[in-house]
Design a protein. Structure first.
Length: 360
């Protein structure tokens, strides 16, 4: 039986943890942890309660931090987090995903690593580096980063990744070979007539629908999309949204039709919520219709942004929904987005939000 909920925050100055009972009305904040390293993504194993943090930048170097006591103490390791001699050094670990008995890490410059000992040591999955399109990949605004990792829970060899700005890639053999899966996604920044390339799209986020491993949702620099065939073809689901631009996306823990977004103004308009009125947009039918959820969110002068990994749901009933802002505020809903409370403010820039439900 669930006893409490932890919201795991990665920020520019360490990891933080917000903790509540299952009512999710009153919260306690702990941190900062990880010696105030930049923590790009903090995740947990729902089965064991182990927490990992993806850290580093060009000054600190890459490392993955680990806690086995719900954040009270931490260790870190970078063993094996390196490309071959002569290749560009790894600046940071950007994303983590637990599954298939292993822990996976996406790094900058874009590459994929796997740990089979819970993050103590790492092995490079070098098939991605050998892809023929690799010399033509261009960095996004934050660099050439592998920021999205999606694992098929039923097939250990199937992995989807998102790279800015190379696009979505898929492997069906555990990373030995890869293929781009970007058909139907736009690249408006490309020259006229070249807006639908095989690769080179600026994917911002990639999530899997629960119970449907071939249904993927993608927030792109140039639109919002859904695929029902594992990314072979994408269809636009942006109709009804206030903007085609954004970063975060979070799937419902049980319903494959329900998805949460925070659309933002585009590049030329400041990358904050449209009209400076905060809203989470929810679909209950896989993107055919969208509803703005505003109750409890700031509706005046809300010049806030939400970064790509800074939104998550929990597995309780009803599901909790959470998002953190680039100005250091954390918002929570205990009723699937119907109403919101401000859990924390004045934190460092929030880079990621994930959840851990702890059973008693």
């Amino acid at each position: 039986m669930a006893e409490k909920v932890l919201v795991l925050l990665g920020t520019k100055k360490g990891a933080f943890i917000a903790e509540s009972d299952t009512a999710r009305r009153s919260w306690k904040l702990r941190g900062p942890f990880c010696e105030t390293w930049p923590m790009n993504h903090v995740v947990a194993d729902q089965a064991t309660g182990t927490i990992w943090g993806a850290g580093g930048n060009e000054w600190f170097g890459p490392a993955v931090w680990k806690s086995t006591d719900l954040g009270e103490t931490w260790t870190h390791s970078s063993e094996g987090l390196a490309y071959a001699e002569g290749e560009e050094p790894i600046k940071a670990v950007w994303s983590l995903a637990k599954g298939n008995g292993s822990l996976y890490a996406g790094v900058q410059p874009a590459g994929l690593f796997r740990s089979d000992d819970a993050g103590q040591s790492w092995q490079h999955i070098d098939g991605l580096q050998q892809h023929p399109s690799r010399p033509h990949w261009n960095p996004g605004g934050a660099g050439l980063i592998l920021h999205s990792l999606v694992l098929d829970p039923d097939d250990h060899d199937r992995i989807w990744i998102g790279i800015s700005a190379a696009g979505v890639f898929y492997t069906g053999d555990g990373g030995k070979s890869w293929e781009p899966r970007n058909l139907g996604t736009r690249a408006d920044f490309m020259p006229e007539g070249e807006n639908y390339p095989e690769f080179g799209q600026c994917v911002h986020n990639l999530v899997m629908a629960p119970g449907m491993p071939d249904r993927l949702y993608q927030q792109n620099h140039c639109g919002m999309y859904r695929s029902d065939d594992g990314g072979k073809r994408w269809v636009s689901i942006e109709k009804g949204l206030p903007s085609t631009f954004g970063f975060p996306a979070a799937a419902h823990p049980r319903d494959p039709e329900t998805l949460y977004l925070v659309p933002l103004n585009g590049d030329s308009a400041g990358r904050y919520v449209p009209d400076a009125k905060a809203a989470v947009w929810r679909t209950r039918n896989a993107g055919r219709e969208w509803q703005a959820m505003r109750n409890g969110l700031p509706q005046e002068n809300a010049y806030i942004g939400v970064l790509r990994q800074a939104m998550a749901t929990d597995r309780l009933e009803p599901a909790g929904v959470y998002f953190g802002t680039s100005s250091g505020a954390l918002f929570a809903s205990a009723d699937e987005g119907e109403s919101w409370i401000n859990v924390a403010q004045h934190l460092p820039t929030i880079l990621s939000v994930e959840t851990l439900v702890v059973d008693g």
